[in-house]
Design a protein around this ligand. Sequence first.
Ligand SMILES: [Zn+2]
Length: 301
Amino acid sequence: MAQARRAHPRSRTDAALSFTQRVVAELAPYTPLLPCCRRSLVEGLALVTSAPGSIATTRPVAVRAAMQTLHADGIPAHVSRVTAARRTQYFVVGVDASTPQAPSERSCCRRSRLRGAFLGAGRLVRPDGEPYLEIGCAGEMGAAQLVDDFDVLGVPARSRRRRGRWVVTVRSGAGVGAALSSIGAQAGRLDFESGRVIREVRSGVNRRLNAETANLRRTAGAGVRQLESIAALEADSVRWQALPPALREAAELRSLHPDDDLAQLAELAGCSRPAMAGRLHRLVAAAGEGGDRVEVPVRRR
Ligand SMILES: [Zn+2]
């Protein structure tokens, strides 16, 4: 295996890494302390490998994690590298699969198995995107095992077949957050949570802006209609004189203060807000009755 180039956390290239790569880089250096968990980590890596009885991955960091883990137990595995046209695949050779054991059901081991699987074939959408975590699996059994592991750890996951391959997916914000913590990616969890906040604030602001714009448009439309009505009534002295004094006063206030809202106009007139709304409404109605519906220029001040 090539001499590993250790990426410094938060180095200059860190920002260029995808969220998936950052989480993989965070998980890879950690070798489980307990033998049962080391076995489970290797098991997880094998679950996502399509070559039976071995570990194959395109991720050098995953190979490194597998080798460290195997060597910690004195298993003399080695790596062979196969360079294909588009990418290099690494095979961990010498993993003893002759004594198959039932997968451990201890929760320490479930976490470890999931960590191994994620190292080998996990993917995440960037933190401020739709929450999404997936692990591609070699077969249905492996996918079912990972769903079961997630389930026991309180992470809602499901498996499905996609283009001939099985994938385990987690699609809720709470689920992806819990999954990251479960596999030991605490920095990844923090990244994810801050991205979630950004996403939620962004959608909240958009929602509020849309609502406010709609309100403003409604208010502005009403104001213009009132000013047009008032101009039409004032242009017709007979109708103007026939209006009750309270309506004439409201009309004058509206003309003088075209940008005031209802509450401000009501205060100027010394009446309640609903009363002012009623007067303006009646002005618009009065202008509509028997008018010639001519286009009247808006008089401002
Ligand atoms: Zn364990």
